[in-house]
Each structure stands twice: as C-alpha cells, then as structure tokens.
Design a protein around this ligand. Structure first.
Ligand code: NDP
Length: 268
C-alpha cells in the first residue's frame, strides 16, 4: 500500500486524509494517508524517519513550508519561484519539492467568480502560504497587490523580490481614500491559532470580496469580521484545500482526480 501523510502543527483537524481517501477511491488505488504532528524544531528528524519508513509523499502545512523547501533536493519551477513547498515526493532516491497552493487558489477563486485581472488586491500575511501564492496572483495581472504583515520586514522582503518585474506589488501600512480595495485575501494563521489580528482601518469599506485561506466548521473569525465591517461576499479556504490536494495527488499518482462536489461532501 502506498503511504502518504500531511505534516504540520496544529494538524489534528486536517481534512486532507478525508480528501485523499476520496481521490484514491476514484483512482482505485490503495493508499494510507495520515495527519502527523511535525513542527519547525523536529522537522528533519521526523521527515527523515517517514522517508526511511517508506512513505512516498508528504503534504506540508503551516508552519513548516519553508523547512520543506530547504529539505527538497529537486524543486519544481513554482517551488523555486516561491521558496515554499507544500508537496514532497520521494522518488528514485531523490526528494522532490512542489507547491500546489498557488494553482489551487487560482482554481478556487475562478470557480467563485473572483476576477483578479485589473483589481486592487490586499494580501494579508507573509508566511509560507503567502510566498507560495504571490507568483500565481501576480500572473493574473492585478492592478495592485498590496501586502500587509504583522512583521513588516517579511512583507518588505517579498515586495522587494518581485518589484522589478511586477511594479504593482506594494507594501501597505494604512489605507488612504485613494485606494478602493476589490479583493482581500487573508493568508495569516491568526484565526487557525485563535489569535486576534490587527487590520488597517476601513479595509472593508469598499465592500471587497474576501477569501480567507483558513477554513472552519462555521464562518471563520476573519470572514465574520469582514462581513461585520461591510463585505457581503466571503469565502473560506476549503475549496483551495481540495484543489491543491488534487494537484498533489496527481503529482504522486499521475491521476487527476475530480474535485466536483467534494466541498459539499466534506464541509465540516
Ligand atoms: P505561516 O506560519 O508560514 O505564516 C503565518 C502568517 O500569519 C505570518 O505572516 C504571520 O505573521 C501571520 N500571523 C500569525 N499570527 C498572526 C496574528 N495574530 N496577527 C497577524 N498576523 C499573524 O503559515 P502559512 O502561511 O503556511 O498558513 C497561513 C494560513 O493559511 C493558515 O491558517 C493555514 O491553515 C492556511 N492555509 C490554507 C490553505 C488551503 O488550502 N486552504 C493552504 C495553505 C495555508 P508574522 O510574519 O508576523 O509572524
């Protein structure tokens, strides 16, 4: 049986095992897929252990996508561009690193009617997932991509990295009346960690469409706040989770599973 797992922390409530089991049924492949607690400190020991036990691939979630990037020996173009890895594949005694987050997000945004082209987009957060989705967001040529992060320096580094080729990427500290935001994407882990998040005043004044990468049983705390402050259309990241998982499954098994109807089936 082919062994896979998702690793990260916290990992208890991950829906990835359920999603991959649905894909495996469709593909008629026998797999095992577990959720395993791994953090920054024990990353190498734990992943070496899984590799030695014969696991064929790992999905990687917060907060260890940067560690996964450093661990991979051969990186896909998207992974190299974003310096983030969410899919490790152990093949022919090499360790391959991919990121499927950006393409997964674009598929879900498009399904939900978000138009990035020529829009003013605010991206909150500058962690592993922000890194992995920025190249995809920029590929859609938004009018602006404003970055906001609690640790300013991390957002600044990302802006500097892309600025030469994509002048529309900018650091944002506060909103002025000249900026009308069309789309807000939350890639912070504040909600998942049960923490409050500091946001610029008036972020939701222009009633932007909102996409929170986090997902939960009920409305996420971020989406609740967005609605309270003016936004009418808010989505959580469950659709993205399904799309990025389908792309990982395809990398491992060379089978493209259907994503249709899965969101309804597994919505916690
Ligand atoms: P990281 O740990 O790599 O980054 C976390 C980011 O959140 C950092 O920018 C951090 O800021 C910021 N942050 C954390 N706490 C707070 C807070 N209290 N207030 C403001 N900012 C905060 O995590 P990831 O980027 O990997 O994941 C982020 C979120 O996205 C998670 O909820 C994860 O579940 C979700 N996700 C969902 C996916 C999906 O498929 N739906 C895919 C990928 C991620 P600082 O730099 O200051 O520390």
């Amino acid at each position: 049986m082919n062994k896979y797992a998702v690793i990260g922390s916290p990992i208890d409530h991950s829906l990835s095992p359920q999603i991959h089991s649905i894909f495996a049924q469709e593909a008629d492949i026998e797999i095992s897929y577990e959720a395993i607690e791994v953090n920054k400190e024990n990353f190498k020991i734990k992943v070496d252990e899984l590799l030695n036990k014969g696991y064929l691939g790992l999905n990687v979630t917060l907060p260890i996508k940067e560690e996964a990037f450093n661990y991979a020996e051969v990186k896909s173009e998207n992974a190299s561009l974003s310096e983030s890895v969410n899919t490790l594949s152990f093949l022919d005694s090499s360790i391959y690193g991919h990121t499927t987050d950006g393409d997964g997000l674009l598929s879900d945004l498009s399904e939900k009617g978000f138009v990035l082209e020529s829009s003013s987009v605010v991206l909150l957060g500058a962690g592993g997932s922000a890194k992995s989705i920025i190249p995809s967001l920029l590929s859609k040529k938004p009018k602006n991509l404003f970055l906001i992060n609690r640790t300013r320096e991390k957002a600044e580094n990302l802006v500097n990295r892309y600025k030469t080729h994509f002048p529309q990427i900018e650091l944002l500290e506060e909103l002025n009346s000249e900026i009308s935001v069309d789309i807000v994407i939350n890639s912070t882990s504040a909600g998942t960690l049960g923490e409050d998040i500091f946001l610029p005043e008036n972020l939701f004044n222009s009633k932007p469409k909102v996409y929170d990468l986090a997902y939960s049983k009920s409305e996420t705390p971020f989406n609740l706040r967005a609605k309270k402050e003016g936004s009418r259309e808010v989505y959580d990241g469950l659709g993205m989770l399904i799309h990025q998982a389908a792309l990982s499954f395809e990398i491992w098994n060379r089978f493209k599973p259907s994503t249709k109807g899965i969101e309804k089936k597994i919505r916690p």
